[in-house]
Design a protein around this ligand. Structure first.
Ligand code: ZN
Length: 113
């Protein structure tokens, strides 16, 4: 399961950082998830719940911040919102664009004790 391996690596990153600060408990973590990251939100939440069991993150508050998808037209440079990465440019109709935002899947904030 894709989301479970993502969740486990998030826990790994969190624990690594907590250890670096000589902390023993992760109290809060904030994740940024882009709508174009390919992650199914519900699946990630479920995966996180099971991945944190028995770890330093077991009782941590997990916050999810969604990052909207944005693309830039390769023809005219217009930046527009997209949830699929395959939308044509709303200005010139060009099907060619680059994703400039929305692929994020990062640990934004980590509070340890
Ligand atoms: Zn365009």
């Amino acid at each position: 399961m894709h989301e479970l391996s993502i969740a486990m690596s998030i826990v790994e990153i969190a624990e690594e950082n907590a250890r670096k600060e000589s902390a023993s408990v992760v109290t809060e973590i904030e994740l940024e998830v882009g709508t174009l990251s390919g992650v199914v939100m519900e699946a990630l939440e479920t995966a996180m719940d099971s991945a944190i069991k028995g770890t330093m993150m077991e009782n941590a508050v997990i916050k999810y911040k969604m990052i909207a998808g944005k693309a830039q037209c390769a023809e005219c440079g217009t930046v527009f919102d997209t949830d699929t990465a395959f939308d044509p440019c709303p200005e010139c109709g060009s099907p060619f664009s680059d994703i400039v935002q929305g692929k994020e899947l990062t640990v934004k904030k980590l509070i340890v004790e």
